[in-house]
Write a protein that binds this ligand. Structure first.
Ligand code: PH4
Ligand code: ZN
Length: 315
């Protein structure tokens, strides 16, 4: 299937039909093939995303070169498989990175100006939207701060961190952004919650109703305990890890999440597979022999998530 030129081709349908699409982070070819292989098995659309760090890594220190290398690789492979694949810039922070991705042929970009006050976030986002739309691609923005919120905090503290639905409506009207990442209590990485994993679905539902846009869940990894245990069994030392459990993720999709950002789960799966392979065959010195089982772990993690998100068979 030809590479998807605009991510809204994938997210527009997911928004109408209320299912989630996996947005999987890559830095290299191994993760890309593992993700694509899992998605092809599930006949699911996917979004491949690269952070600014990934651009720098893939470009040997030069993010613009990295964007080109990653885009060439994703486009070439996307053209070969029977599922829709889009490429997205994850957490772009400035015009320079955004323009590098547009030039490289990305299908969408995220402008993350969420650290600024509302007006400044809206101003920066609007500027990026103009440039991206002129190039025929779509834009994601973020409102609120990505961090967990304990149950016992005050209303004022919750309001300071999580998205405000009325502001979201105004933000979308001002910026004409295409999809939105609302802060509803998730955070990046493997340590998301101290207690119970709880997200603010009430806010999510209101934002969805008021904007009608596809919603993005950042920090959506589930950090499955069995994968962490496997990594620990073969030498890792990861304690107290906790992600968004599968049932909570399913619920998030019901309330309107359509793009589900996943990086940590794939990193964890790869490392668990790699550690086991290194342990089981210490005489080996061909890295490919170690990467293969690690990639299979990533592929399985992708399959598990696609099934939970309801996008199997939606290609
Ligand atoms: N992301 C991934 C961000 C990765 O700089 P970097 O390459 O480490 O950035 O945007 C997510 O929302 C992933 O969330 P997760 O940690 O729950 O997988
Ligand atoms: Zn994120």
């Amino acid at each position: 299937m030809p590479y998807v030129k605009n991510t809204m081709e994938i997210l527009g349908k997911a928004n109408k039909e209320y299912y989630g699409v996996g947005a999987f982070n890559i830095n290299d070819m191994e993760f890309l093939y593992a993700i694509v292989n899992g998605a092809v098995k599930e006949n699911a659309p996917i979004i491949i995303e690269t952070s600014e760090g990934a651009m720098k890594y893939a470009g040997n220190g030069d993010p613009a070169l990295g964007a080109q290398v990653l885009a060439d690789m994703v486009k070439r492979i996307a053209d070969e498989v029977p599922i829709p694949i889009a490429l997205h810039l994850d957490h772009g922070h400035d015009m320079e990175h955004v323009v590098a991705c547009i030039k490289a042929g990305y299908s969408s970009v995220m402008i993350d100006a969420s650290k600024y006050p509302f007006e400044e976030n809206a101003r920066i986002t609007k500027e990026i939207v103009k440039v991206a739309h002129a190039a025929g691609i779509s834009v994601e923005a973020e409102l609120g701060r990505l961090q967990g919120v304990e149950d016992n905090v005050s209303v004022a503290e919750r309001d300071a961190v999580l998205i405000n639905p009325d502001e979201a409506k105004k933000f979308v009207e001002i910026t004409e952004v295409d999809f939105l990442a609302p802060a509803i209590g998730t955070s990046h990485g493997a340590f998301k919650f101290k207690g119970e994993a709880k997200l603010d679905f009430e806010r999510l539902q209101k934002v969805k109703e008021l904007t009608g846009l596809p919603m993005v869940l950042h920090g959506a990894s589930s950090v499955p305990p069995e994968i962490v245990e496997e990594a620990n069994k073969y030498g890792a030392n990861i304690k107290g890890a906790k992600g968004v459990p599968f049932d909570v993720l399913k619920e998030a999709v019901k309330y309107g999440i359509n793009k589900v950002n996943t990086d940590t789960d794939l990193r964890m799966a790869f490392l668990a597979g790699l550690r086991k392979a290194l342990h089981d065959d210490p005489a080996q010195f061909d890295p490919r022999k170690y990467f293969k089982p690690a990639m299979e772990m990533v592929e399985q993690a992708v399959i598990d998530r696609i099934r939970i998100l309801g996008s199997s068979g939606k290609a």
